[in-house]
Design a protein around this ligand. Structure first.
Ligand code: C5P
Length: 228
């Protein structure tokens, strides 16, 4: 089966409190989006990247990646899952049901090629798909609106969901369609697939595959990349 790759980069990145959308923040002298796309393009099984951009994007043309013929930009949607669904429409007529769709956040520039390879290898015989994850280090509390702790989860069974997340075309298409029809609030592809009653496989990846979300994450990501 082929691997089709979607990078959702159409978010506004409100939590960064920056003067520009998150993909166009700089790590050293490079744009975040260029670093993330460069990593993905090094993976042997990734050919073309379908890139969801914000409808009002006016930065893309200034990136190094804009002139790369292996990247196909398209207009994303209001929520992350709308952007991914629009991505599926880019190759719907050409993909077969068992092809893989790999989705990777633009905000994760520190992903390692080896982790993407091991995710795809582990899933080879899987009918559904799966995602990279990392064990939690903090203890997690469920807290009520009044600030009172209601419960403590068993940390040994909890993982952080990272990206890439990789699903069979037919499974992801059905999952995102169904999530939309049920107005389900989903923050990753796997949760949409879980709502169908299917069980994505979690494959352990490096914990330093962080999502750049708040301002201090930029410096952390730059530091991580220096060590790679
Ligand atoms: O908000 P969060 O950081 O979880 O967003 C994850 C990814 O989804 C980011 O790469 C962001 O650009 C993307 N996104 C998108 N379209 C949206 C909202 C988010 O492509 N409407």
């Amino acid at each position: 089966p082929r691997v089709w790759t979607i990078v959702p980069a159409a978010g506004v990145g409100a939590r960064m409190r920056a003067d520009r959308p998150k993909p166009y923040l700089r790590l050293g002298d490079r744009f975040l989006i260029d670093l993330t796309l460069e990593r993905l393009l090094k993976v042997g099984r990734i050919d073309t990247i379908y890139l969801a951009l914000h409808p009002d994007d006016r930065w893309w043309g200034n990136t190094e990646s804009a002139s790369n013929g292996r990247i196909v930009p398209f207009t994303g949607g209001a929520e992350r899952d709308d952007s991914v669904r629009a991505g599926l429409d880019q190759f719907r007529g050409r993909a077969s049901p068992l092809d893989w769709v790999l989705v990777h956040d633009v905000a994760r520039p520190c992903v390692r090629e080896a982790d993407i390879d091991s995710l795809l290898d582990e899933l080879a015989e899987n009918r559904v798909g799966g995602l990279l994850g990392a064990p939690l280090t903090d203890t997690i509390k469920e807290v009520g609106a009044d600030g009172a702790v209601k419960a403590t989860a068993d940390r040994s069974r909890l993982w952080r969901a990272l990206t890439p997340q990789v699903f069979r075309f037919e499974v992801l298409d059905r999952a995102l369609q169904s999530a939309r029809e049920n107005s389900a609030k989903i923050t990753d592809e796997a949760s949409a697939v879980e709502l169908l009653g299917l069980q994505p496989r979690l494959v352990a990846g490096c914990a330093d595959n962080i999502k750049v979300t708040v301002p201090e994450d930029l410096a952390l990501a730059a530091w991580i990349l220096r060590g790679h």
